[in-house]
Design a protein around this ligand. Structure first.
Ligand code: EAX
Length: 325
């Protein structure tokens, strides 16, 4: 077929128009890699947005530390350099102090309680508190219950923690928690494989999926299923950007993140037994029933420390303690 001048012109116009019709790209960061809990939620979210916006929006996921540690990711969302992120609660407490109430040890006795409270009004209030730092809190997704591992020796009760060189998240609260437990905590961003390998630190604490996905069984010998903190991920957007979106789009993003989080939590929980079996097979020495009464006793005074006297933190903690009853 021979194209006339006019047809060529029309064709050229169509080609030029295509970029304008392309999806608006939303940049979302996670510090961890594909297969990680954060990534599973991010990927599901991206898929839902693509479907539900009929191609108007696409989500580009930055992962594996390509935008820095979680603290740096939070800074970039805060500045609007990127629009969204899924970040572990730990590093949030230097941005929004009261959010650490959610990481209070032994606050949630099981997954059902965590879901009920965090998906309910108290959880919503906590997410809304992030607005003071320029974040829109969309949803909580899940890291999981954190468990303690180390290379120094078996840890059964709280007294075995004494002097342990422990990596903690870049969080004021986690540092204080492990100081209270008499460890020697050092805040570091993620990942920490080489620090464990080189012996800069003796131990760390994380949910079971992390041990598997990051092969921590290669560099950690002892694991105690302490489940001391239910660790959440917070799924956030830059507040100004989010509020600039049409209302319908805002609801679509909210709902898609909620559905992605529900999906991701289910995946995480369904795989837990499998993760544990792998760690055993890989030769970790696992204490499945550590003396948790000794840990609870040791951290009980934490309710009264200065960090928790700050009124907003105190208020959120009280609400959480009531709601989790
Ligand atoms: O999400 O930094 C941490 O210990 C996190 O739990 C880790 O990135 C896995």
């Amino acid at each position: 077929m021979k194209l006339g001048k006019y047809s060529i012109l029309v064709l050229a116009m169509i080609c030029l128009a295509i970029p304008a019709m392309a999806a608006t790209q939303v940049q979302l960061a996670v510090v961890t890699k594909p297969g990680s809990a954060q990534y599973v939620a991010a990927e599901k979210f991206a898929e839902l947005i693509k479907e539900r916006s009929a191609g108007d929006y696409s989500v580009k996921i930055y992962h594996s530390g390509s935008l820095g540690k979680e603290t740096e990711i939070l800074q970039q969302v805060q500045l609007g350099a990127i629009q969204m992120a899924i970040v572990t609660l730990g590093p949030f407490d230097t941005f929004v102090p009261e959010i650490k109430a959610i990481a209070f040890p032994f606050l949630f006795k099981d997954y059902a309680t965590a879901d009920r409270v965090l998906d309910g009004p108290v959880g919503r209030e906590a997410l809304d508190s992030l607005e003071q730092a320029g974040f829109k809190g969309l949803q909580f997704s899940e890291n999981g219950f954190r468990n303690l591992s180390n290379n120094r020796g078996a840890i059964h009760s709280a007294k075995d923690v004494k002097g342990l060189k422990l990596r903690v998240m870049q969080s004021t609260f986690h540092k204080e928690l492990w100081r209270t437990l008499d460890a020697n905590p050092t805040p570091m961003g993620w990942p920490i494989y080489s620090e464990l390998q080189q012996g800069t630190i003796d131990g760390q604490e994380n949910p079971l999926w992390v041990f598997d996905e990051y092969k921590l069984y290669e560099v950690q010998k002892y694991l105690a299923l302490t489940g001391h903190v239910y660790s959440v991920h917070i799924d956030i957007a830059n507040l100004n950007w989010f509020e600039s979106l049409p209302e319908k789009t805002q609801s679509m993003f909210m709902k898609a993140m909620r559905d992605a989080a529900i999906y991701q939590r289910a995946v995480n929980r369904a795989k837990e037994a499998e993760y544990l079996a792998t760690l055993k097979e890989k030769g970790m020495i696992i204490d499945e029933k550590p003396d948790m009464a000794s840990f609870r006793k040791k951290v009980a005074p934490m309710k009264e420390i200065d960090m928790y006297k700050e009124p907003n933190t105190r208020a959120l903690l009280e609400k959480l303690l009531n709601a989790t009853q």
